[in-house]
Design a protein around this ligand. Structure first.
Ligand SMILES: Nc1ncnc2c1ncn2[C@@H]1O[C@H](COP(=O)(O)OP(=O)(O)O)[C@@H](O)[C@H]1O
Ligand SMILES: [Mg+2]
Length: 296
């Protein structure tokens, strides 16, 4: 139920309380947001500086909200705990998984993204060689180890064997299912940061209920790069197809241009957990509000 709708059921005073550090407000009276700053500038956004944020004394007993709470360790548990207070995060646990875990989104967009396989733990070098050859891109089902190149790119068998040992010892990677991907050369954009995966011509896009609401560059530690109108059209056609197939209320799709001139999906993410990267947060929330207004 939208906050301004007549007939919204308003809670009793003393209805189940939300966690104290969670700020729940109606953005421009039109969209509930549940926010908790995490201390990361690329993620946090000072909503109050740009939008009217109303915090009704008595909130409706049931609301659907966009969460900007960081990345809970156990999303289904967090979702259920908030739902028990009457607050439903816009991506339910199944949608969150489709957005966040490669094994959940990959089957839906296989033709749009580098060929991938996943394993409970990093497979042997022989298995990787048989399935992919070299080089390969390695990551957890959810993420890399903060883009560390030595933990993501293996150019040959000895390099993979070293990577595999480091993977098993790495606190970010070892608990994740292991994903091996075909290594696809991408169009480079400047030197990037030493020790990190090379920066490429890559863009982050946000999709709200299937509609594009934000796009901007993915890499910020390189000189600014932009796409032409023609490049944007080609990239966004791939993004729109991916968004439709992954089918998540608030979704992020990262798109990169390959050296062969094709736009591919690098990964999907939950829009609630994603950093803004080069996307203007003000424009993003404005576009979501406009979309909600048009849907009335
Ligand atoms: N299959 C691949 N081939 C070549 N480069 C890749 C491949 N997958 C990812 N990359 C590069 O590595 C970067 C990090 O990978 P990504 O899957 O986005 O990990 P994370 O979830 O940690 O951000 C991407 O932004 C892209 O530039
Ligand atoms: Mg990424």
């Amino acid at each position: 139920m939208r906050p301004w709708q007549a007939g919204a059921v308003w809670g009793e005073v003393g209805a189940v309380a939300l966690p104290r550090d969670l700020d729940l407000f109606a953005l421009e009276g039109a969209l509930w947001v549940a926010s908790r700053p995490v201390g990361v500038p690329a993620y946090d956004f000072a909503f109050e500086r740009f939008f009217a944020c109303r915090r009704p004394y008595q909130r409706p007993t049931e609301v659907t909200a966009v969460g900007r709470l960081g990345a809970p360790e156990d999303y289904p548990a967090t979702w259920a705990a908030l739902a028990a207070t009457g607050l439903r995060l816009v991506n339910d646990p199944a949608a969150h998984e489709r957005a966040s875990e490669l094994p959940a989104w990959y089957p839906r967009i296989q033709a749009l993204t580098p060929r991938s396989r996943w394993y409970e733990a990093p497979p042997s070098a022989d298995e990787v060689e048989a399935a992919f050859g070299w080089p390969v891109f390695v990551k957890g089902a959810r993420q890399t180890a903060r883009h560390a190149a030595g933990l993501a790119i293996a150019r040959d068998k000895p390099a993979y064997e070293a990577l595999r040992a480091s993977y098993l010892a790495d606190p970010i990677l070892t608990w994740q299912a292991c994903v091996i991907r075909e290594y696809v050369p991408l169009v480079p954009v400047g030197p990037g940061t030493p020790g990190k995966v090379p920066a490429s011509f890559e863009f982050r896009t946000f999709w709200w209920r299937g509609a594009l609401v934000g796009a901007g560059r993915y890499w910020l530690d390189v000189p600014e790069y932009r796409w032409s109108d023609a490049e944007a059209r080609a990239a966004l056609a791939v993004g729109a197809a991916a968004a439709a197939r992954v089918d998540v209320p608030f979704l992020v799709v990262d798109l990169a241009l390959t050296a062969a001139g094709r736009w591919v999906v690098i990964e999907c993410n939950d829009g609630q957990e994603a950093a803004y990267a080069g996307v203007s947060a003000v424009a993003l929330w404005r576009a979501i509000l406009d979309h909600e207004a048009a849907a009335l």
